[in-house]
Design a protein around this ligand. Structure first.
Ligand code: TYD
Ligand code: MG
Length: 461
């Protein structure tokens, strides 16, 4: 009999190689290939074209099959999920260590468990921790003030034990597995956390969830570069992938959905980590703008969009003139480095400003990370204000994309941005000129629209 071929599976991306290599040829990670049991060799004995049971086809408009979402009790969590927990779905939640995943999920489980009494049986929650002992989870629950919630809590790493136990009881509304990398199946070779273990355990848990209408939340570890550890396939297997982000040194946390089979992916939920767990932040603009005092040179407020939600954020620039001929430093926190270099070049070329012998520092307040391209104008305004040491109007916000020619390009959701700014007391909004109105100074937010044509006006404001 032919010897089964060895196979080596990359633990980072799941790629398969026929011989061991130090570096994965697919993803370029080092020392990630490990040997795994070979797969069954298929032969004519495995003919799959007959002997099965017929499957049933249904029309797309079959009645009564729409998922009914269950509110988690945390509005920000529901918002990020696109409107609540869908029974029978699997959610993968990734995030840096210590960011608050266990805290958030314990709070959600407590809410579901406490709501359980209302429509009877609709809300029971099981929380299985593979990382902490039951006593540690209990301590945390006490700190969160939810120790009275009827959560079924256990500490276990064996998927067989977990599924056997669950199989003998009424299926819960919510099952939290913290984390999938600590789970182990005795059916599969390899240590917990390896690709085959993670995949196999997730598969069994997801099957249980789908068959029993349970919402499953899997916590996933995150690697250095921010992707969820283990195979990419894990992301394909689940219905929703969420990322819990934030700077550990800052208070706020953002829950973002990266994939969602039941809703939009660009919604966020905002939380603040406090002494007694995560508090919802219904109005994030207040959080990010708090601490602003009298107008300072180099500070500009930018109405960013997070999904369908506007968030006002302060952008700060600092410019230090160098006496000597040393190479000036440029540092950016919370924004794209290359994008700032481009903006500096545009400001030099189109407005005749000179940043060449100055150190330039840019910071997005609150540890926030901006990805909205409309931030260009606000950054330019902050830079110009810092260069001239002249504060910008404290009642103005700035948004728009800057082209290489120095024009301000229109961006999406202009009116939502203006409305949010007006709501928070900003009387003026500078942004892309809208069509025929042409050049002018800042327009009033609201119906009149914006008017701001070129960067060259900036130094005169
Ligand atoms: P945790 O939920 O354990 O993070 P993860 O599961 O993502 O690794 O959160 C741990 C951090 O949260 C810890 O550093 C302390 C902080 N924390 C608070 O500030 N307040 C609280 O009420 C709790 C429970 C944790
Ligand atoms: Mg944890």
């Amino acid at each position: 009999m032919a010897k089964p071929k060895r196979r080596y599976v990359c633990q980072a991306c799941g790629a398969i190689a026929s011989r061991w290599q130090g570096q994965c040829a697919d993803c370029g990670e080092w020392n990630t290939l490990t040997e795994e049991a070979p797969q069954t060799v298929f032969s004519s004995k495995h003919d799959l074209s007959s002997g099965g049971r017929p499957i049933i086809f249904t029309p797309l408009d079959a009645p009564g099959e729409l998922p009914v979402r269950r509110a988690s009790g945390l509005a920000e969590f529901d918002r990020a999920l696109g409107g609540g927990l869908v029974p029978g779905s699997a959610i993968l939640m990734g995030g840096d260590p210590g960011i608050g995943k266990s805290t958030l999920l314990l709070q959600v489980a407590a809410h579901i468990a406490m709501a359980g009494a209302r429509p009877p049986g609709s809300g029971s929650a099981v929380y299985v921790s593979g990382e902490e002992a039951a006593g540690q989870v209990r301590l945390r629950a006490e700190r969160l003030g939810v120790s009275k919630a009827p959560i079924q809590m256990a500490s276990s790493t064996s998927v067989r034990d977990i599924l056997t136990t669950l199989g003998a009881m009424e299926p819960p509304a919510l099952l939290v597995i913290d984390s999938i990398q600590t789970m182990h199946s005795d059916q599969i070779e390899g240590a917990p956390g390896t690709v085959s273990q993670v995949r196999g355990c997730a598969f069994e848990l997801i099957r249980y969830a789908k068959e029993n209408g349970v919402t499953l939340i899997l916590v996933g570890h995150v690697t250095k570069d921010g992707s969820i550890a283990g195979p990419r396939v894990l992301e394909h297997m689940v219905d929703v992938v969420m990322a819990f982000e934030g700077e550990r040194s800052h208070q706020y946390r953002i829950l973002r959905s990266l994939k969602n089979r039941f809703g939009p992916v660009d919604e966020i939920g905002v939380f603040a980590m406090e002494g007694a767990g995560l508090a919802e932040v219904g109005n994030p603009s207040m959080l990010f703008l708090s601490g602003r005092e009298e107008p300072m040179a180099g500070s500009a407020v930018f109405p960013a969009m997070e999904g369908t939600r506007p968030v006002l954020i302060e952008i700060q620039a600092l410019i230090v003139r160098l006496q000597s001929g040393a190479t000036p430093r440029r540092a950016v926190v919370g924004w794209d480095n290359g994008r700032m270099a481009m903006l500096l070049a545009v400001l030099e070329a189109r407005c005749g400003l000179n940043f060449s012998s100055a150190e330039v520092y840019l910071n997005v307040a609150g540890g926030y990370r901006l990805s909205d391209p409309a931030a260009d104008l606000a950054v330019a305004a902050a830079l110009v204000s810092a260069l001239g040491d002249k504060p910008l109007s404290s009642s103005a916000v700035w948004f728009g994309e800057v082209s290489l020619a120095g024009e301000i390009r229109p961006v999406a959701h202009s009116s939502i941005r203006q409305r949010e700014s007006a709501k928070l007391g900003f009387a003026k909004a500078f942004g892309p000129a809208q069509g025929r109105e042409g050049a002018g100074k800042g327009g009033e937010p609201g119906e009149k629209g914006l008017s701001f044509t070129g960067l060259s006006m900036l130094p005169n404001l």
